[in-house]
Design a protein. Sequence first.
Length: 319
Amino acid sequence: MIEYIFRRLLLMIPTFLGSTILVFTILQLAPGGPIEQIMLRLQMGGAFGESGGGLDSDGGLSLPPKALKELERFYGFDKPIYQRYLSWLGIWPREIKHRDFRIPKGEVEIEKSVGKKDGKRWKVDIKYLGGERISVFEKDGSISTIWKAKIEGNSIENGLDAVVYQTEFSGILTGNLGKSYTFLEPVTDVMKPRFKISLFFGLTGIILSYLVCIPLGIKKALSHGSVFDFSSSALIFVAYSIPGWALGGVLLVIFGGGSFFDVFPLGGFRSPTEIWDTLSPTQKVFDQIHHMILPIIAWTITSFATMTVLMKNSLLENL
């Protein structure tokens, strides 16, 4: 038993790596990434006369090079693909809070303001050590453990272009799911108001699946080969073949006040607040059930079929 558990735990490692690499690759190759969406919004804003970037060679709107560079830094597109993947997981330090600066030609040390600390201006000393080496020192002379710096460009006439930045471990393993390209908000903030609804429907669906599928599976096993067994199996596999989202649309058309019956509401988790607050506790229970019948049917239709067949087959093996 212990050996089996150990093997299953080891199997989780390649499964996790394979699934995360697949998802990351799809996100990287799929068209319409964050920069493309920002460009699209900029072009749409320009079409309605809003201010934005400059014009490109084709006469369309484009982002200024500095803004494009900041976006590439923010989303990690200036890093090798393996670093982006490891940063996305949260096991490679991600660069944040970039501050561009230039070391004038002939100088090896400059002072740079990087923000505020304890209500006071935060300044650090940056020393160029030759080649690609550069260090950041706090004002007390110690090497900064917060800020790092690196060379980004070399100009013979103007000196060295560099950037000072902080690092953090932030990714899916640390609970940071990134920023939604559509809503321009953290993914966790977008999920929060929807999570309780998914949890409610999920738990309700699981409970109903056990309450219905276990007795149904037992009845099918005891009546194996009968008319009831064949007819219920046909009904179950037809239901299993229908996607939940498609069944939901059909149920709304038939029972949601479309061309047929006006039995259930078209949407909403419950009645509007102004109505909900006036209901008694019993009325609230019936109102909630009234709103959840169609979603629960669409949500659990495939699990009904799977659990019923598993229950029947498991019981037949032991009879």
